[in-house]
Design a binder for this molecule. Structure first.
Ligand SMILES: CC(C)(COP(=O)(O)OP(=O)(O)OC[C@H]1O[C@@H](n2cnc3c(N)ncnc32)[C@H](O)[C@@H]1OP(=O)(O)O)[C@@H](O)C(=O)NCCC(=O)NCCS
Length: 234
């Protein structure tokens, strides 16, 4: 996949949930079928119903392929994985995706699921905010959410993150459409020049300390040049 995107194949963010739990957020890959299956198996009937708007007992092989083998442009999927003490991935706990509508390249439909035991900790919000950033860099301007009309949690989440949305209801289904707000979360970009600048400053300070107790004209000149402000320029 093209790498000028911030949400590219090797994107990874680690979030500290509390004193004992750390979570990695990363793009879903074709190797995630077992994690997805495990996550689905752990979901309550109610969460499955809310996510798929129908009773759902299992995921077929075709669905596992569909949900994990995505192009990350028109169908983008982001997962949250609980890490163990050594930083290894332990358990899939949330997944979010958007799929660009075939007839409207600037609108995408969103699906979100947070494991029952992890709901109410802000993960749905975290995921939706990142989906918005990823969608915007893929030229998407609007999100469409389709869920059961009584899914109050989803309605509140959409309102909280998207700020404004238009809701309509049709035979027990709620359809929300929201123009994407300015991203509330942007992945940090490290400028290599700033990193080098910092490294040189550190060296300057270490050398100055080392020369503190030396004397002589040559040493004075060296000390002056080390004290001069340093800034890398292109
Ligand atoms: C809907 C869902 C994704 C929300 O994820 P979550 O991690 O539990 O939500 P968060 O903790 O991030 O909550 C963020 C905001 O959403 C709203 N919200 C979440 N759960 C809520 C609830 N039970 N009642 C009312 N508002 C709720 C609140 O505005 C909340 O902000 P607040 O905590 O400051 O009040 C999650 O409950 C879920 O996976 N449900 C099952 C599947 C589903 O319904 N998917 C949606 C269809 S695509």
């Amino acid at each position: 996949m093209v790498n000028f995107l911030k949400f590219h194949d090797s994107f990874q963010e680690v979030v500290v949930l509390d004193t004992t739990r750390r979570i990695a957020i990363r793009l879903v890959t074709p190797h995630d079928k077992a994690l997805l299956q495990q996550g689905f198996d752990s979901l309550s009937d109610e969460s499955r119903l809310r996510r798929f708007m129908a009773e759902k007992r299992f995921l077929s092989q075709q669905e596992l392929v569909y949900f994990t083998e995505v192009d990350q442009m028109d169908h983008f999927a982001l997962g949250m994985v609980l890490l163990d003490e050594s930083g290894n991935e332990k358990e899939g706990i949330a997944i979010g995706r958007f799929i660009r509508l075939p007839g409207d390249a600037e609108t995408a439909e969103v699906g979100l699921t947070v494991a029952d035991s992890m709901q109410g900790h802000g993960l749905g919000q975290l995921l939706l905010e990142r989906l918005i950033s990823a969608a915007q860099e893929r030229g998407i301007k609007r999100f469409r959410f389709e869920c059961l009309a009584y899914n109050h949690a989803m309605k509140q989440l959409v309102l909280k993150v998207c700020k404004e949305a238009v809701f309509r209801y049709d035979e027990g289904v709620m359809i929300a459409e929201a123009t994407l707000p300015a991203p509330s979360w942007v992945p940090p970009v490290y400028n290599p020049l700033d990193l080098m600048d910092g490294a040189v400053r550190q060296m300057q300070s270490m050398l100055s300390d080392a020369l503190k107790y030396q004397s002589g004209v040559g040493m004075d000149l060296l000390r002056q040049s080390l004290d001069a402000p340093f800034k890398l320029k292109l």
